[in-house]
Design a protein around this ligand. Structure first.
Ligand code: GUN
Ligand code: ZN
Length: 428
């Protein structure tokens, strides 16, 4: 077994910077990570680790910042081909652009092509784990997990279930959604680095019968995550009220059908009522902030400050292709901008934590999103001077956070010098 010793700058989080402040992130200017068999087996000062592991193969990344691979907690890989589609708000955007594209995934060859393209784009952008919606077609799930297995990537995904308010070509039934999801779960959950996620798209596209069927499946497999959308746009919320007249609010359409729980991931969660906030907090469910999507589709401004102060678990995500970028750096920048519009400047430590350990926490996975002994060796080397514009700003920085912030705000895939998945460099 070879041991690889990676040298560079390092930030490690000892605690959550939302609670403990920026000092929760510890910076070492000359640090090392020892990687053996896909895991981080030692970490510390470069000189110490070189002396302790004289036989390790040394990879010196100079002043590059070694950071955990980014964790994108909510995305739609089938929307890769129609990202950046112009001029619509949520429901029109779904009907005009999204559903026609998702209809193409009945074709296994097309699904495989997009799945491979998508994961390679993620790696280019430094993302090593995604939690993705697929389409209603089981073949779309097979394609993503197969492509992830070929790259040994930690991927969470599930068949998107819809049995109403979608074109004929994109509708399943309550029974087939349950049965197909169950078969996929049994085939893939826990196979290699795959995790199956029970995936009702959102309550407008599921009948109560389908929500109940998926709630039952979740009750049988409570260790699985369940992902969906919640309170993204105000007209969507009104539509939900008209479709579920008995429901107290949007969250209740999930709660009443067995789809509210600690392992639930609720994407967007922008326009929440007091009751919804209280219930989400009580059950300890995770919320996923999708900032580039929220500005692109015009959905609203997520209350990061209020929700994190109240102790909610919050992950960060691109929401590709409602989101306008594959990049978690761009997502951090958009989260910063939305924070500013709400009067709370997120610190670079908070942004980096959200895109790594925060999202991993939302996905209930302690093995990723961290640089620590025993963690999976999914990491990136960030070039903090990847363009002339970024370099001229970071060169006058007084500390690591000021050096990192221009890359957060202006960086893209050029800032990701390399991405390692389970210790193997995959960026072309
Ligand atoms: N709500 C239901 N489906 C979707 C989707 O595909 N993208 C976004 N942003 N919101 C949704
Ligand atoms: Zn989404």
């Amino acid at each position: 077994m070879t041991a690889d010793l990676h040298l560079g700058q390092l930030i490690q989080f000892d605690a959550n910077p939302f609670f403990e402040g920026p000092a929760a992130g510890r910076h070492t200017a000359r640090a090392a990570l020892l990687v053996e068999d896909g895991k981080i087996t030692d970490i510390g000062a470069a000189d110490q680790l070189r002396a302790a592991h004289p036989d390790a193969v040394v990879h010196d990344h100079g002043a590059k910042l070694l950071a955990p691979g980014f964790v994108d907690a909510h995305a739609h890989y089938p929307q890769t081909g129609m990202i950046a589609s112009w001029g619509k708000r949520l429901i029109d955007w779904l009907n005009t652009y999204t559903f026609p594209e998702e209809s193409r995934f009945h074709d296994p060859a097309y699904a495989a092509e997009i799945a491979g393209r998508y994961l390679d784009l993620l790696i280019a952008h430094g993302t090593t784990t995604v939690c993705s919606f697929c389409t209603i077609h089981p073949t779309s799930v097979e394609a993503l997990f197969t492509a992830a297995e070929a790259r040994n990537m930690r991927v969470f995904a599930g068949k998107t279930c819809m049995d109403r308010n979608a074109p004929d070509s994109l509708r399943d039934t309550a029974q087939s959604a349950h049965d197909d999801s169950k078969a996929l779960l049994q085939a893939w959950h826990g196979r290699g680095r795959a995790s199956y996620v029970i995936t009702p798209r959102f309550s407008p596209t599921s009948t109560p019968e389908q929500l109940i069927a998926l709630g039952q499946l979740w009750a049988e497999h409570p260790d699985c995550l369940m992902q969906t959308h919640l309170s993204e746009q105000t007209d969507e919320i009104q539509w939900v009220q008209s479709l579920f007249p008995q429901a107290r609010d949007y969250l209740d359409t999930y709660e009443a059908h067995g789809l509210l729980g600690q392992n639930g991931l609720y994407g967007h969660a922008i326009h929440l009522t007091e009751r919804e906030r209280a219930r989400l907090s009580e059950v300890g469910a995770a919320l996923v902030h999708c900032p580039t999507s929220n500005t692109f589709i015009g959905s609203g401004l997520f209350d990061m400050d209020g929700l994190t102060r109240a102790g909610h678990t919050v992950g960060l995500a691109t929401d590709t292709g409602g989101g306008s970028s594959f990049s978690m750096l761009r997502s951090m920048a958009a989260a910063y901008e939305i924070g500013q519009l709400r009067g709370r400047a997120l610190h670079p430590a908070e942004l980096l934590w959200l895109a790594t350990e925060g999202s991993a926490t939302a996905l209930r996975d302690t093995g990723i999103g961290r640089l620590a002994v025993g963690a999976d060796a999914d990491f990136v080397a960030l070039d903090l001077e990847s363009t002339p514009a970024i370099a001229q700003r970071s060169q006058r920085a007084d500390d690591i956070w000021e050096a990192l912030f221009p890359t957060i705000m202006m960086g893209d895939d050029r800032a990701v010098a390399q991405t390692w998945v389970a210790g193997v460099p995959l960026k072309a």
